[in-house]
Design a protein around this ligand. Structure first.
Ligand code: FDA
Length: 303
């Protein structure tokens, strides 16, 4: 129930104005967001690299309805790619198609995505298309498919809470796609997604096994110790080396687990979001763990 309320608020303007107001807003955001500008994010990526982590940079933004803003986001991503290449940081990028204009039209998202993946290919940097709510699943998979980008340059995300994901995974694997597996972070109807955590988890384990057995290089993105244990055990039982897949986790969440996996010899990539449009991302993180609300209240009281 609380999860549903927080996800509802993540799409509303009034709570955004209250929460995002400085200075409490900035303090709140700092828990999960690497700063408002690229240089702050770059410093964090460098620190993570020094510690042994890989990274993926996300320039925050979604639901863009203005062509110029969508094209501007693509340009920002190209400058991020230049910066990562110059500094030789071990980081790729994650993009959202609604930030690149998917709501305006698939052709707009296509054009902006092409600008990004071609620049990324020139730098040999990988681009991951994040998966947004189920309203965009089909369109996102179509844009990914029609982009025609090499598989080592462009990949996509599958959410284990969606009923359709088993079939989507099979189709993507048949094309040789590189997949990031997540549970799913949006409010979805029971007609499309498992409402119970136990079912989402079982689906996650089934899909993880399918990915690891496929022979491709995929990412298992979760902070759930049970999912991580299932992955490590499956890989061990099937003789799949720890260099054949990677774990991914979000910046600011379960740092203990991130370090533990690294010490055990696994590749761990940290998703590092930065930028001023942090509200919706932040609310999804609260919805995942309502106990984080205490942290919000403490910061608002300090205002
Ligand atoms: P689960 O929610 O069961 O949490 C397991 C444990 O992790 C919790 O008990 C808690 O300890 C910890 N934890 C989880 N979330 C926390 C939080 N916010 N604050 C504090 N602790 C927390 N989703 C999506 O729909 N599209 C996408 O493209 C992506 N991309 C993505 C990339 C990466 C690298 C990650 C790690 C996640 C995503 N997600 C995503 C989000 C994903 O769908 C999911 O909502 C979160 O990862 C939380 O689910 P867990 O698998 O961690 O399990």
């Amino acid at each position: 129930m609380l999860r549903a309320i927080l996800l509802f608020l993540s799409e509303r303007e009034t709570p955004k104005k209250i929460l995002a107001s400085p200075p409490a807003g900035r303090r709140l955001a700092a828990r999960f967001i690497a700063g408002e500008d690229l240089e702050s994010a770059v410093q964090i990526v460098r620190r993570l690299n020094d510690e042994g982590f890989e990274a993926t940079l996300d320039y925050l933004g979604e639901s863009v309805h203005d062509r110029e803003a969508a094209a501007e986001a693509a340009k920002v991503y190209c400058s991020i790619l230049d910066r990562l290449a110059v500094l030789q940081l071990r980081s790729n990028i994650s993009v959202k198609l609604t930030q690149l204009g998917l709501d305006i039209g698939a052709e707009v998202a296509h054009r902006n995505l092409a600008m990004i993946w071609q620049a990324a290919a020139a730098h040999r940097i990988f681009v991951r298309i994040d998966m947004e709510s189920s309203a965009y699943t089909q369109a996102t998979l179509r844009v990914f498919h029609e982009a025609g980008a090499p598989r080592e340059v462009l990949g996509v995300v599958i959410q284990s809470y969606l009923f359709r994901s088993a079939k989507d995974t099979d189709d993507l694997l048949a094309e040789g796609a590189r997949i990031r597996l997540v549970k799913g972070a949006y409010k979805e109807p029971e007609s499309l997604a498992y409402p119970d955590k136990a079912d989402v988890d079982s689906s996650f384990v089934r899909l993880m096994q399918r990915l690891l057995s496929s022979g491709g290089y995929h990412a298992i993105a979760t902070h759930d110790p049970a999912m991580i244990r299932a992955t490590c055990e499956y890989a061990r039982d099937k003789g799949i080396g720890s260099d054949r897949f990677e774990f991914q986790m979000l910046y600011g969440i379960r740092r203990d687990l991130q370090q533990q996996l690294l010490r055990q010899g696994y590749r761990v990539r940290i998703y590092v979001p930065y930028g001023k449009q942090w509200y919706s991302y932040f609310m999804r993180r609260l919805a995942e763990r309502p106990a984080n609300l205490l942290f919000v209240l403490r910061n608002l009281i300090r205002k």
